[in-house]
Design a protein around this ligand. Structure first.
Ligand code: PEP
Ligand code: MN
Length: 371
């Protein structure tokens, strides 16, 4: 992703002009092109926070994240240490020299974090969805020069994401960045929050100089997915990563399944290729292959969800003594889908073959209901 000083061939969009004066929220590495933020999902205790920070510093991490106020989907889980953690972040900064970052979800959080000298504040996915909440935070930040990251809203709505950044920018904040953490989706899924890369890519097209950071921890939701997602984001031109890391991931009080040790993070960073400048053919090919891998995963995810719906239909048919195979429904479905596919430029025979295979498997599932 280009820096603000680089030349753009494409005509500037109105948004690009509106945000012409923004600068990266997160300090970038030595080559000025890439930012890495790491730290636990939540600051749990002073010991855990400091141990994690020290180990991350040893791995060369310069920006430390820790959630103090945790927006939890369901009540009853760990909701963060709250205000107490501000002092721990100050100690982290003093001891390790790292820049600190935390999530704010209300004006009160914002005031406390500002008073405690937290360097970077972020708005979480559950805050960005709410323009009233974002505006109240923007008002609380007015007159300061704190750096702000805006995570995408939980739902795939680019305008809502941009609107939140406009509110923060209108309040006078100039060090601004966007974090892509994937989008909520109902049902069984490969990713915790499917990435829908087209959305951040469109954001980049609209505001090319906006610092764009990927959050593979919350997209994938599993340790194994951090490395491939981080590489994908890099290949797509993102300029930073935010990764959850905990000194003892298995005992983390929130998001345990997606946290890794600082050492594992160091290994991942060593392995992923942060490419800058002119891409060679090999890396372009890699980037395209990563896109194919992502699309294939999305296809499989959709297929699994489609099968689940077919099974539900099967149960209904069984309950009401209806036949599994209903030829008229099959014919009309097939015709409508093949016509639709043709408008997307897909070959009719190819589409018929795929749909026939999917339909056959659905029928199989309905014939072999186990409960
Ligand atoms: C987090 O970063 O720990 C967090 C709560 O993220 P999100 O808002 O993306 O769910
Ligand atoms: Mn988390």
């Amino acid at each position: 992703m280009e820096t603000p000083t680089q030349h753009h061939d494409a005509a500037p969009t109105p948004l690009c002009e509106e945000f012409a004066d923004i600068m990266p929220a997160v300090p970038q590495g030595a080559d000025e092109s890439f930012a890495i933020i790491a730290g636990p999902c939540s600051a749990e205790t002073e010991v855990q926070t400091l141990a994690t920070a020290r180990q991350l510093a040893q791995q060369g991490i310069k920006v430390f994240r820790a959630g103090l106020w945790k927006p939890r989907t369901r009540p009853g889980s760990f909701e963060g240490c709250g205000e107490a953690g501000l002092e721990w972040l100050q100690t982290v900064k003093k001891e390790t020299g790292m820049t600190t970052a935390t999530e704010v979800a209300t004006p009160h959080h914002s005031e406390l974090a500002l008073k405690a000298g937290v360097d970077i504040l972020w708005l979480g996915a559950r805050t960005t969805v709410n323009p009233f909440a974002v505006q109240e935070i923007a008002d609380a930040l007015r007159g300061t020069d704190v750096a702000v990251l805006v995570k995408n809203p939980a739902n795939p709505d680019l305008d809502l994401w941009i609107g939140a950044m406009q509110r923060i920018h209108n309040a006078g904040i100039r060090r601004l960045g966007a974090v892509h953490r994937g989008f909520s989706a109902y049902g069984a899924k490969f990713y915790r929050n499917p990435p829908q890369w087209a959305i951040p890519i469109e954001l980049h097209r609209l505001i090319p100089h906006l610092q764009l950071i990927a959050d593979p921890s919350h997209i994938g939701g599993k340790r194994d997915l951090i490395s491939p997602l981080a590489q994908q984001a890099i290949d797509l031109g993102f300029n930073g990563l935010i990764i959850e890391s905990h000194c003892s991931p298995d005992s983390a009080l929130s998001d345990a399944s997606q946290q890794i040790t600082p050492q594992q993070l160091g290994e991942i960073i060593g392995r992923i290729a942060i490419r800058g400048g002119q891409k060679n053919v090999g890396s372009q090919l890699d980037a395209l292959r990563h896109q194919i891998d992502t699309l294939d995963s999305e296809l499989l995810d959709l297929l699994a969800r489609r099968m689940n719906v077919a099974v539900e239909i099967g149960r209904l048919k069984k309950e009401h003594n209806m036949p599994v195979l209903q030829p008229e429904r099959y014919e009309s479905l097939m015709k409508a889908r093949v016509d639709e596919a043709a408008t997307l430029g897909l070959d009719r025979e190819f589409t018929s073959a795929i749909l026939a295979a999917i339909h056959a498997e659905s029928v199989n599932r309905q014939l072999n209901l186990t409960d």
